[in-house]
Design a protein around this ligand. Structure first.
Ligand code: SAH
Length: 215
């Protein structure tokens, strides 16, 4: 029997709960967002599988568990100003935008950024500002940020991003070489000190320099 998307979604949310996601705000956000609209039409039936899926420009929309886990690790409050590097489909952006005051999101592939911006409009999300650029440099004009989330893997923690984190701020980023196991790292800024925690092994597309105008 083929399950309706709404049933698959309910099943996914309970799976995320079983896998240890506890934050009801995050689970409600995932339950409210139509993931099927962020992926290519042909993959629609797979929208609520707990898996990463291909999007345009050779990129991927992260696995729902990883989206929920990274969001939970960030410890967001409604008054936070957040920077996201790697807008991609815009799915993770919408999760963040629903939980914070203002989201600034940067993407290096213009077609992806345009698609994501359309989705924000369609879903009546008005607290997101987008930038076409290299997010490794952060967004100095808008810094400092309460929280920073990077959704592409870097070999090293980008120093410019650390500098744009408020004291007491938190950054979550996948770190490690391409093709090998990377890890989600959580960095907390205490004064001028940065405390690192290794949270989970993952596999992400790479954080790359430069910008791409066409898909
Ligand atoms: N959060 C996204 C995941 C997208 S995959 C989603 O929910 O769909 C990671 C994204 O990071 C890709 O779109 C890739 O183009 C982007 N990216 C990689 N390096 C980047 C950089 N230096 N600046 C901005 N975006 C970058």
């Amino acid at each position: 029997m083929t399950l309706a998307l709404s049933d698959k979604k309910a099943r996914l949310i309970s799976e995320l709960r079983d896998e240890g996601i506890k934050d009801e705000g995050i689970l409600s956000a995932l339950a409210a967002i139509p993931r099927e609209e962020f992926i290519p039409k042909v993959l629609r039936s797979q929208a609520y599988e707990n898996a990463a899926l291909p999007i345009n420009s050779g990129q991927t929309i992260s696995q729902p568990f990883v989206v929920a886990f990274m969001t939970e690790a960030l410890g967001i409050s409604k008054n936070h100003k957040i920077l996201e590097v790697g807008t991609g489909s815009g799915y993770q952006s919408v999760v963040l935008a629903k939980l914070c005051r203002r989201l600034f999101t940067i993407e290096r592939h213009l077609p992806l950024l345009n698609g994501a911006a359309q989705m924000f409009k369609k879903l009546n999300i008005f607290n997101v500002t987008t930038l076409f650029g290299n997010g490794m440099k952060g967004w100095p004009e808008q810094a400092p940020f309460d929280r920073i989330m990077v959704t592409a893997a870097s070999e090293e923690i980008p120093d410019l991003l650390l500098q744009q984190l408020k004291v007491g701020g938190i950054m979550v980023i996948p770190i490690g070489p391409q093709g090998k196991t990377q890890h989600i790292i959580r960095i907390t800024r205490r004064g001028d000190e940065f405390v690192e925690e290794n949270l989970m092994p993952v596999k992400f597309v790479p954080l790359l320099p430069g910008i791409v105008h066409e898909s």
